[in-house]
Design a protein around this ligand. Sequence first.
Ligand code: MTE
Length: 300
Amino acid sequence: MAHRWSNKLTHADVTPRAAFLNRRQVIAGLGGLGLTGLAKPGAAQEGLEPNTWEEITSYNNFYEFGTRKDDPAKYAGALTTEPWAIEIDGMVERPGEYDFKDVMAEMTVEERIYRFRCVEAWSMVIPWNGFELADLLNMAGVQEGAKYVAFETALRPDEMPGVQFPVLDWPYREGLRLDEAMHPLTIIATGIYDRPIPNQNGAPLRLVVPWKYGFKSIKSIVRISLTEEEPPTSWNMAIPGEYGFYSNVNPNVDHPRWSQASERRIGGGLFAKREPTLMFNGYEEEVADLYDGMDLAKNY
Ligand code: MTE
């Protein structure tokens, strides 16, 4: 169902919270997708309570609109998200400019409730709506020999007050290894709580890779390139000693300036106990084999 929110009343408007939570438990099974493990990772997944809409949409990182947590909610409204095109190029069979609406007509949108762990050691649980990145890549047809996927955010100085500051080398860039990109947990999010994704969260489409630190989840994507070489990525270019290409959530590998062993859950209140950070953010069972034989301390 591509456009669940095209009805005037959204799911969130008409479904009482208790009913939402029941449905969530059913979906968390994701049995048919071969993702039954998703519901399991020990205590990690049980009782995953999503953050509120208000929390998810008011505490953001989207430096194109400023570096304060409330800047994106204040300024991202200026971003024109319609029409929107995504250039898919590099090692693909069908390169070109894909209209976002045309893409959506082909995709199956589903709900994925994922933990979201920022490298700054705060976390949320977010009920995304989206489709698997693999479906989009297959639409363009990945050529043999492609090994990486590079992503780019829109760069619009007229609409993005933050890009006048050289915080990063704009446009924001990210990348994944092809097998990470094709993993069924990796999604392109287009909604939250069954509503269109707000601009501050990366409208109209952003990446979500739940086992990696949040900065890998690049927002407002305008370009996807299939490459043979590992692509340059914004945070790695800015501070290579602190932010690696992989950036898998790992409680055993500290950031040079702070511990990654625990996290502060947004919405938990000022005196809430920090929670232990889980290996691969709780998705170890699903993704650990992608990194078999790799030294995760070196490939941070
Ligand atoms: N994408 C772009 N284009 N610009 C950014 O500044 N910030 C990243 C990531 N994607 C960022 C981005 C970081 S550091 C995080 S933690 C997440 O977006 C935050 O996503 P959220 O605001 O939806 O929680």
